[in-house]
Design a protein around this ligand. Structure first.
Ligand code: PLP
Length: 387
């Protein structure tokens, strides 16, 4: 029996992370110093993009990304319903609407075959979500976007460290205008709270940086009005305080050095689960598509029905193992229902009834993974006895 709970996900912090943060705490700059630039450069280098902009969360990143693409009232984004609400909330912040399209049941990625039929004159941005760490088919999506003159923002909150099928890293932005990452503690790396946007467009990069910090311009070359007042600065756009602190960036730089190691460990744990459950007709892990390197932010599996899924969650809870349900289709949240989102997408609905996320994180020990597997098997055996 475990003495401590096993949570479905958590951060991996070591002495080098702690020292990096302490060093910044002892420095002159806790925010707006050089660590954010350093983190951005390291992240862009890792992903293979020209630019990265660090922000206070992926939610802030999505908001900025949509805004710099000009999304506003009357426009629409197309995205998956199986995502965290922030993917679509950020469009609502700008007065835009969201068209949710159904998922492919085996991967839980948005069904690319349904994108074109959902495009209207209002559609502005396609937002693929690399669910659980599995990269979407970006070549297909970018072909559709080019044909209809649409923009693409990748929601890669789950997918730092993942690769598309051609080996390119998620975040390189070869197939999209921007990619947004999250550094919440359960994600591939953490900065406490935090996020980033990568892009290859200098124009978008400049706009993102401006809006991240109130829309205020300081560089004399970019001023609208010339002034002799010392420290003169101008607010040229209505921006936000979506800045990441240097304390967070110092942690991010340190974490990024171990990202590949973290993802490797997540792959080992997921293989362990996958191989054990192979051939068990009661449990169906999500498919990992051939050739796509998956960061395995989540390990999701499906049970036969909602009753069995709910019972497994309670059974594991009684053994001090926390699981999670990722996610209820966004359109089912009361806020969305009240706004008139009265849709029901069959694959998303079916998935929500049967899914469960088992614990997975880099610091998880082999014996913990084995214990979880043993409990899942025990549950299945008990259920079979009842049947
Ligand atoms: C798919 C997805 N998008 C966006 C977000 C928002 O991330 P953050 O918590 O950094 O704002 C999350 C957070 O879990 C997420 O899972």
């Amino acid at each position: 029996m475990l003495t401590n709970n096993i949570s479905y996900g958590k951060q991996s912090i070591d002495e080098s992370d702690i020292n990096a943060v302490i060093e910044t705490l002892k420095s002159d700059r806790l925010t707006q110093g050089s660590k954010v630039d350093e983190f951005e450069e390291a992240l862009a280098r890792y992903c293979g993009s020209k630019y990265a902009v660090a922000v206070s969360s992926a939610t802030a990143g999505l908001h900025l990304a949509y805004q710099v693409l000009g999304l506003s009232t009357g426009d629409e984004i197309i995205t998956s319903p199986i995502t965290f609400a922030a993917t679509s909330n950020a469009a609502l912040y700008l007065g835009a609407d969201v068209k949710f399209i159904d998922i492919v049941s085996s991967t839980i990625l948005m069904d690319n075959d349904k994108i074109e039929e959902s495009i209207t004159s209002k559609t502005k941005i396609i937002v693929p979500v690399h669910f659980a760490g599995l990269a979407s088919d970006m070549v297909e999506i970018s072909n559709i976007a080019s044909k209809h003159n649409l923009k693409i923002v990748e929601d890669a909150a789950h997918a730092l460290g993942s690769r598309y099928y051609n080996g390119k890293k998620v975040g390189c932005c070869d197939y999209s205008d921007m990619t947004v990452f999250s550094f919440h503690p359960v994600k591939s790396i953490t900065t406490g709270e935090g996020g980033a946007i990568t892009t290859n467009s200098k124009e978008l990069y400049d706009k993102l940086k401006l809006l991240r910090s109130h829309g205020i311009v300081r560089d004399s070359a970019d001023l609208k009005y010339k002034s002799t007042v010392p420290y003169y600065h101008e607010m040229q756009f209505l921006g936000y305080n979506y800045r990441m602190t240097d304390i967070q960036a110092a942690l991010g730089i340190s974490q990024l050095k171990r990202l590949d190691q973290f993802v490797k460990r997540r792959n080992l744990i997921s293989n362990f689960y996958r191989i054990t459950f192979l051939g068990d007709s009661n449990i169906k892990p999500l498919e990992n598509l051939d050739g796509r390197y998956n960061s395995y932010h989540l390990f999701v599996m499906l049970l036969d029905d909602a009753d069995k899924r709910n019972k497994l969650v309670s059974f594991l809870e009684s053994k001090k193992i926390s699981t999670q349900i990722h996610y209820m289709p966004v359109y089912k949240h009361p806020y969305y229902i009240d706004k008139g989102y009265s849709i029901s997408l069959p694959n998303a609905e079916d998935y929500y009834k049967r899914c469960v996320s088992l614990p997975i994180y880099p610091a998880m020990e082999d014996c913990e993974a084995k214990l979880i597997i043993d409990y899942v098997k025990e549950f299945i055996d008990l259920e079979q006895e009842i049947e």
